[in-house]
Design a binder for this molecule. Sequence first.
Ligand SMILES: Nc1nc2c(ncn2[C@@H]2O[C@H](COP(=O)(O)OP(=O)(O)OP(=O)(O)O)[C@@H](O)[C@H]2O)c(=O)[nH]1
Length: 317
Amino acid sequence: MSTDSSPSSSTDAASSTPAAAEPAGPQRCGFIAIVGKPNVGKSTLLNALVGAKVSITSRKAQTTRHRITGIRTEGATQFVFVDTPGYQTRHGNALNRALNKAVLGTVGDVDLLLFVVEAGRFDLADAKVLALLPPNVPVILVANKLDRVHRRVEIAPWLRSMQERYPFAEFFPMSAKQPRDVQRLLALCERYLPEQPWMYEADDLTDRSERFLAGELVREKLFRLTGDELPYTSTVVVDRFEQEGELRRIAATIIVERESHKGIVIGEKGERLKRIGTETRQELEREWGGKVFLELWVKVRSGWSDDEARVRAYGYE
Ligand SMILES: Nc1nc2c(ncn2[C@@H]2O[C@H](COP(=O)(O)OP(=O)(O)OP(=O)(O)O)[C@@H](O)[C@H]2O)c(=O)[nH]1
């Protein structure tokens, strides 16, 4: 079993090569999917690996619904990351069927899988994701949130028990919040990517549009600021995105299932909705370096998550 606590000198060299330098060897490029049950830290890890905010994070489970590609180019290697929605097993409605399809569609055609769990833990929800992994793709077990494990001696026997569950290619205990761990994981991933020309420009971060990012950020603020009050079936649709010089005009609608949820989103005297808007606008302005005009609406569409056609219309398939 390799726990990769001591990366070889060749990977050290690769990880310390500045991104701008002319790559020495042949180009490498490949797809990496990050999978795992909700809330294990997939989005945090993706952002850390890419080195920029491309996927939203939240303490609330189930915030990532779309496939998001983050790209990192370092030395001669281009890592193309694919984030997947948390695998949903509790409900069988149309929204969840679409989510599960997205997971299955993503994992089959990648070069490497990062299966993320919380270090020292493995439960039924983890097992259900593990059961979906295709046998022909190498899988690194990422035991995340190691900083939360107080009794480190228990990690070795836990890793051995994990070894019996699946033929993992590597075992990697880490914390997605620890930059040194992230850099070591990147070096490890590099070894699994094929020699082939890059698919993107060296400075591309994501192939998702600004419009998409705007919707994701509204969703992030929505869930952050409503805590556990709002069910995950609420969503955001960007109705309008226009750019005039440095100014972006955005109109978005938060869609909820019940009148009572609408009240939660709007808050007392409209305070909460206002805060969701302000925080989103400020973050987008920082990200793009230009002014943003953001209009937010809240609409009730009861039963939308049970309606296949609507789920498709909102972009989940
Ligand atoms: N202490 C600690 N917390 C972490 C670490 N990685 C992630 N977290 C926290 O765990 C929570 C969930 O992280 P996310 O990145 O949103 O998890 P996710 O797996 O993408 O969640 P879904 O989108 O629901 O599938 C957040 O509060 C993170 O800050 C870590 O290494 N250590």
